[in-house]
Design a protein around this ligand. Sequence first.
Ligand code: ZN
Length: 153
Amino acid sequence: MELSDELRQLYQEVILDHHRAPRNYGTLEPHTHQAEGYNPLCGDQIELFLRVNDAGIIEDARFTGQGCAISRASASLMTEALKGKSIEEAHTIFERFHHAVTSDPTAPIDADRLGKLVVLLGVREFPTRIKCATLPWHTLEQALAGGGTTTTE
Ligand code: ZN
């Protein structure tokens, strides 16, 4: 299913809104997990902070960094999606999003399972932007794996 012009425009507006006013922007102290991510192709960089409680629930997630509208909107939407989720659920959301965003542009979109993240799927039609959208998520996996720096190359 290709996106209709109407949906494409709606998605674009949501992305620009998250770019202009990113949710959960800033550092997080104290935090339990931290990682940095770079996308040299576009120049996007992100630092991600998580606070995970003893029960393994992500209580808070924040990010800082510089990047294009897609990378910032993706980080903003991701931190919203992660709050209150278990680490296991976070991995599942990552897998689901990554699979969807790297799928063929004509593949069906499961909007129910993706929730608000669906607005980022417009990048499927622009392969060079896919790494902008997935950068925050690879940084998440890096943070959950113990921290450090990841690049999309
Ligand atoms: Zn970018």
